[in-house]
Each structure stands twice: as structure tokens, then as C-alpha cells.
Ligand binder design. Structure first.
Ligand SMILES: [Zn+2]
Length: 284
């Protein structure tokens, strides 16, 4: 397995080299032992992910990727009454890198894809409870639609960011599976997406990225890293050998029926499993 991992890393390095990216990759890539991720850091913050939101009468079926807005509000109330504090992705990044601290029971909420209901239904609730959530958008879908559902537009994105409760980051220029691209295509899609976000919303203080469908491999880890991504989010159950060499962070999905506190427990179960595998020990 190790030999396979090494040969894959070597292959990724060769691919990057052919793209003229090898210098950047070597700065923070596979050979860099200073990489900080959710596995080797003592900073712990579970990440809960939502997608679309629904309300009665809108004709959209609830499920893994659509959560009723009443249930979302109930989740926020449950997290608050359970003692959790909402933190931003940037606050987590600063804490991971020793440049800040987190409250005692932090939780990071993320929304994927950029659905219009993030703005129309969830944003009012974030404001009501002074809760933070960061949104990871597909830049090609902004002001269009995603999976047959409308997406918010750049003005709405700006309004949400101006509240101080929401920041917008990248979930892809397109929503294509990152591993379906050649490294060169993935790099182009990725840099295009970041450029669109920064053209519309201004420069980001750092670059966190969420993989579409959670699909990644050693090549995409290396390319995103070489493109300057500071964090790469994957599903908690999707850890792969070789991910330790990158600033990878686990996350859990919250559906219309799952309990957010139960998903936090599940997050730590997955994290403990990865730590045992990678570090040979349990949670500190
Ligand atoms: Zn997505």
C-alpha cells in the first residue's frame, strides 16, 4: 500500500512538473512535514454540511441534500442549547495554524452548491440566531440553477457576506467530479472558479475548497495544493492513504432526518478511525 501511495505521489509530482507546478507543490506538498490537517492537529472542530432548504408547498422532496427550513432552525436551536458555538472556516484555519483560538465547543456549518434557498430561507435564520455558515459555490451555477433548483446570484452573495455571518468559497468552477479531469483541466477549472469569486466578491484571506461529490485523489490533492488552496474538505468517510500530506479536513452531511449532535458524534468517530490508522493512536 505504501509503495502504491509513493508511486501515486511520484506520478502526481511528474504531472505537476509537466504543468510547471512542481515548485509550488514542493513548498507545501507531499514532502512537507509541516502540513496541518484535522488528523494531526490538536484543534478540533466538527464540520456539518447542508445543501438545499425546503419549505412547505415548494414541491421539493426532502432528503440527504434538501433539508426543511423548520428542521434547520431546529438544528440551530439544538446546537445552541447543547453549548456549541458557530465558527467560520477562517477562524478554524487561523486556530489550526496557531494564529487564533476557538470557543470550547466549536462547530462549523457549511452549505454546498449555492442554492437560492441558502439566501431566501437559511440566511434569515442565521441572522436571527447570529449563527455563522460559510457557503461553497459552483461559480458556473451562480445566478443559474443547480440540479434543477435555482442558485443565488452575486448580489445576494455580497449581501450575505456583508452580514459578517457568511463567507463564500469554492466548490468548483463546474460541479464535475474533480477526478474526472486531467490535472491540467482540474487546475484550469479551479483557478477559473477562484478568479470568478474574487472578481465578484473581492480577494479572500485564504482559500478553502470543497470537492464536488467529495471525489478526490492524490492528483487532485496535489493540484489544489499547488493552486494555493489552504484547506481541502472531504467527506468524513472518504479518507484515502496519502491525504495526510495535505491540509485535508473531514466533514459530515446533515440531512432532513439526521440529528446534528449525532452527526458531530459520527464526525469524531470517523476522525478517531483515521487517527488510529495514520497516527496509531486515539483522540488526544
Ligand atoms: Zn456539490
Amino acid at each position: 500500500m505504501l509503495n502504491t501511495a509513493i508511486s501515486l505521489v511520484t506520478a502526481a509530482t511528474v504531472m505537476l512538473s509537466s504543468l510547471g507546478l512542481s515548485g509550488a507543490a514542493q513548498d507545501s506538498g507531499p514532502s512537507d512535514s509541516s502540513v496541518i490537517n484535522c488528523v494531526n492537529s490538536a484543534v478540533e472542530c466538527p464540520v456539518l454540511t447542508y445543501h438545499n432548504f425546503t419549505q412547505p408547498g415548494d414541491g421539493v422532496k426532502n432528503g440527504p441534500w434538501s433539508c426543511s427550513i423548520n428542521k434547520f432552525e431546529s438544528d440551530i436551536r439544538t446546537l445552541i442549547s447543547s453549548g456549541y458555538s458557530f465558527v467560520s472556516t477562517y477562524e478554524l484555519y487561523l486556530a489550526l495554524n496557531g494564529r487564533g483560538t476557538l470557543p470550547e465547543k466549536p462547530v462549523l456549518i457549511e452549505f454546498d452548491d449555492g442554492y437560492l434557498t441558502n439566501y431566501t430561507l437559511a440566511f434569515p435564520i442565521l441572522k436571527r440566531y447570529n449563527a455563522k455558515a460559510d457557503i461553497y459555490v459552483v461559480t458556473d451555477r451562480i445566478d443559474g440553477d443547480h440540479s434543477g433548483l435555482p442558485a443565488f446570484d452575486w448580489d445576494q452573495a455580497r449581501e450575505m457576506e456583508q452580514s459578517g455571518l457568511v463567507s463564500i468559497y469554492l466548490h468548483g468552477g463546474s460541479h464535475d467530479d474533480a477526478t474526472s479531469f486531467t490535472p491540467e483541466q482540474f487546475r484550469a477549472d479551479h483557478l477559473y472558479g477562484w478568479q470568478r469569486i474574487e472578481d465578484e466578491l473581492g480577494k479572500r484571506p485564504f482559500r478553502p475548497y470543497v470537492y464536488p461529490g467529495g471525489e478526490y485523489d492524490l492528483s487532485t490533492l496535489a493540484v489544489a495544493d499547488a493552486c494555493g488552496d489552504d484547506m481541502q474538505f472531504i467527506w468524513a468517510w472518504g479518507w484515502k492513504t496519502g491525504a495526510m500530506d495535505y491540509p485535508v479536513y473531514l466533514r459530515m452531511n446533515v440531512s432532513d432526518t439526521t440529528d446534528p449532535v449525532g452527526q458531530i458524534s459520527a464526525y469524531f468517530t470517523f476522525l478517531e478511525r483515521v487517527r488510529k490508522k495514520e497516527l496509531g493512536k486515539q483522540l488526544p
